[in-house]
Design a protein around this ligand. Structure first.
Ligand code: GLN
Ligand code: ZN
Length: 759
């Protein structure tokens, strides 16, 4: 075992996504629960085996979950919404997660600023909460039977409350006195398991700007929990940002350890003196748990030495910066990747060896390493040097161009631009359009796959895509839509499509990361300077334009979204990487416009996802995110109309920023909230045009003409017709043609009726 090594949590979906497949088979009623349980048991053992073999001292139990840890915690505390009251066991569990025929699923939302989504517990003052510790106790026993002694991970009470919602209205922290006793009971049960046991209590909520009520609960909570049993050592862990305010309080409670992230929360260095004085154990997050780059071992040792300047070395545990849930499982199955690039990466399993090697060097010395470890260290050094110098990463031309950007903004003020555009494009008030994609049929998915695998030649592939585009254009004309799109059949994903055509972008074969439940994503990664070797969308768009006299809207993904949905290189600031992407998009905008495309939409679906967790850092993000959106469209002439699209509905906090992006038209996702969320646009006197989605594309339901008419009138209560566009609230790629066709026809008809009435 390597001294003082610690892993906050391990990925659980399985190295070949075994859990996903077992769950989906069970849900499809093609297997029974015992099969899922068998897979789950084998996976847990495998995860312990990996960690044991690597020599990790503190590994976890209860980091596994069949769906989500927050859901598990809700069940542990007996927080079951009333609509599921008649259900039990797995039926209850999966109904809460996914709904059933009688009850809708619980809501799901993003886990801090990651792409993991948790189930939002629903609480109510008149509910009673009772302990069900079975899962937690069983998993610990399983580990012991297997032959390891893990810590037990649980989500802390303040994070649990902070992330829950009240179904009866009111603040979730009002339920504190009902919930805390259940945590006490839980710890009492845990204490019976062993003579000495470590409990990791995750409190990531501590890295946010905390309200005084929450701050005031930290001390009573941890005084209480740390006093439940002498058998228990409590480690309160935080991650993703600094936790300076909470740390100040935690050091004055009888807990054993505090976990801090030294990569994403550099301010945590300021807490070291306090931790040292209180003689607490410090779980020092130094190996990146949310990115895929190889650790620079010597650099990490230096960071730890800096920490040890304050905190007694013996009290330092070397840890991942957060749970390894947020990185793919193992590099082992990446068979197709360029070996030079692969050599720069490190997934979950590989990070374990990094942690143990750092421990050996930190606690002993480089000289104490055996020959295999020496080799590992020198390979690590070489890989890091290669990243600093490789021509695959460093492109002088790109760097020069970034240094010499002369123009960050397009020409002309909005008022002047829109006048020219309206004249030239000649669209009516309440102009109709769509967000870009049309249904991705099994046929086009198949053709794309075949082409990628080399089983379909380029001409046949292009013909098939063109046929689809022809159909899209024909349908839109027939339907009477005014601004057309080509339908995006060639795109598998709005980021991947561009990533594949940009230099500096890499793709993995097996880099799956759990997004929610059984769903995984495989984010592409940015390893080097980004450039666009040639036009990416011009051919498809101009082909589509050639098929119609109406205006064809070009469709691009914006720099901020491309960045936020990728793993990003860590040897350069995100704001610089974003600038490079923006220049690539800027060239594309220019090429499209030169090819005769008059409207270009630059999607920023993930603009909001990049927001920092701390308010103090928001301004900086907004500054560069807006800068780079504007840079991406800075090549647009005044008469080229720039649209953007955002998959959001909440703009209250960020409306000034949205306005500053200065898109001529923005389409947004407001269908489910009537005109409520549009009001902020009117309130701030938003000038540019807005296309609030008039129907929800996330459901197969076909909206009626009447319904859309009503919706349009409600929009007209907020904004004048000259400022409004009419469109669905997102792309249509997940829908079927049978749903899309009547829905859009109804939408166009609704506009006709409203226009006529307004005459
Ligand atoms: N243009 C994209 C589409 O229609 C936008 C998708 C999105 O915003 N998520 O599919
Ligand atoms: Zn959208």
């Amino acid at each position: 075992m390597s001294k003082n090594t610690y892993v906050i949590g391990f990925p659980r979906i399985g190295e070949q996504r075994e859990l996903k497949f077992a769950l989906e088979k069970f849900w499809a009623k093609k297997s029974d629960l015992s099969e899922v349980e068998k897979v789950a048991k084998a996976l847990k053992q495998r995860h312990w085996e990996y960690q044991k073999n690597a020599g990790i001292e503190y590994m976890s139990s209860n980091d596994f979950s069949l769906y989500d840890n927050m859901l598990d915690m809700a069940l542990t505390l007996g927080a079951v919404p009333k609509r599921f009251a008649t259900l039990q066991n797995e039926e209850l569990y999966f109904a809460m997660a996914r709904g059933n025929k009688d009850a809708v699923a619980m809501e799901m939302t993003k886990w801090f600023n990651t792409n993991y989504h948790y189930i939002v517990p629903e609480l109510s003052l008149d509910d009673t909460y009772t302990l069900n510790a079975q899962k937690i106790l069983t998993e610990y026993k399983e580990a012991k039977e297997y032959g390891v002694t893990p810590k037990i991970n649980i989500i802390g009470p303040l994070t649990f409350l902070g992330l829950s919602k009240r179904v009866d209205g009111g603040d979730t922290y009002e339920l504190y006195s009902k919930i805390l006793p259940v945590y006490e009971q839980l710890l009492q049960e845990i204490a019976k398991l062993d003579d000495s046991i470590t409990v990791q209590i995750d409190e990531p909520i501590f890295v946010k700007d905390l309200e005084t009520t929450v701050l005031s609960l930290i001390k009573p909570t941890y005084d209480t929990l740390a006093n439940v049993s002498k058998n228990i050592k409590i480690a309160v862990v935080t991650y993703f940002e600094h936790a300076c305010e909470a740390t100040k309080i935690l050091v004055n409670t009888p807990i054993w350890g505090i976990g801090l992230d030294f990569l994403y929360g550099k301010e945590n260095f300021d807490s070291l003196e306090l931790i040292a004085n209180a003689n607490k154990t410090l779980i020092a997050g130094v190996v990146d748990g949310r990115n895929i780059w190889k650790n620079d071992i010597e650099q990490s040792v230096k960071i730890l030495q800096q920490i040890a300047f304050h905190v007694n070395k013996e009290n330092i545990l070397i840890s991942s910066s957060c749970s390894l849930l947020h990185v793919p499982f193992t590099l082992q199955y990446e068979e197709k990747m360029n070996p030079e690039i692969k050599n720069w990466l490190s997934y979950g399993v590989e990070k374990l060896d990094e942690i143990t090697l750092i421990s050996k060097i930190f606690f002993y010395s480089k000289e104490a390493l055996n020959s295999k470890e020496q080799e590992y260290l020198s390979a690590n050094k070489k890989a890091n040097i290669s990243r600093k110098t490789s021509p695959l990463i460093h492109d002088v031309k790109v760097q020069e161009r970034v240094k010499n950007i002369g123009k960050y903004e397009r020409e002309g003020e909005y008022e002047q631009r829109i006048k020219i555009q309206k004249e030239k494009l000649g669209y009516l008030p309440l102009a109709t359009t769509t967000i870009g994609s049309f249904p991705q049929t099994p046929e086009i998915r198949h053709a794309r796959r075949q082409y990628k695998n080399g089983n379909l030649d380029q001409t046949s592939y292009e013909n098939e895509m063109k046929k689809y585009i022809d159909d899209c254009v024909a349908f839109q004309e027939e339907c009477g839509l005014e601004i057309l799109v080509h339908g995006e059949p060639e795109r598998n994903d709005m980021v991947e499509y561009f990533g594949e055509q940009l230099n500096g972008y890499g793709f993995s074969q097996n880099g799956w990361v759990q997004s929610y439940g059984s769903r995984c994503v495989k984010p592409p990664f940015i390893y080097g300077d980004i450039s666009r070797p040639k036009p990416m969308t011009v051919e498809w768009t101009t082909y589509a334009q050639s098929k119609t006299k109406k205006v064809m809207k070009g469709m691009l993904t914006g720099p901020v979204t491309i960045l936020n949905w990728s793993f990003v290189r860590d040897d350069m600031a995100r704001s610089e990487v974003s600038k490079q992407i923006a220049l690539g998009i800027c060239d594309e905008v220019d090429d499209l416009q030169k090819a005769g495309i008059k409207i270009i939409q630059v999607d920023e679906a993930a603009f909001k996802e990049g927001y920092p967790l701390r308010k103090a850092k928001v301004q900086t993000y907004e500054d560069w995110a807006v800068r780079d959106f504007k840079l991406a469209v800075s090549s647009a002439n005044q008469e080229t109309q720039i649209h953007t699209h955002m998959c959001y509905s909440e703009f209250n906090d960020i409306i000034a920023t949205i306005e500053a992006m200065d898109a001529d038209v923005i389409s947004i996702e407001t269908a489910r909230s009537g005109n409520e969320l549009l009001k902020i646009f009117a309130k701030v006197g938003y000038k540019q045009e807005v296309g609030p989605g008039v129907y929800d594309i996330h459901s197969p339901r076909i909206p009626s003409v009447d319904e859309i008419v009503t919706q349009i009138y409600s929009l007209l209560e907020v904004l004048p017709k000259e400022q409004l566009w009419i469109n669905p609230d997102c792309g249509l790629k997940t829908r079927k043609w049978e749903e899309v066709k009547p829905s859009l026809k109804n939408m166009v008809e609704a506009v006709r009726i409203v226009r006529e009435a307004l005459q």
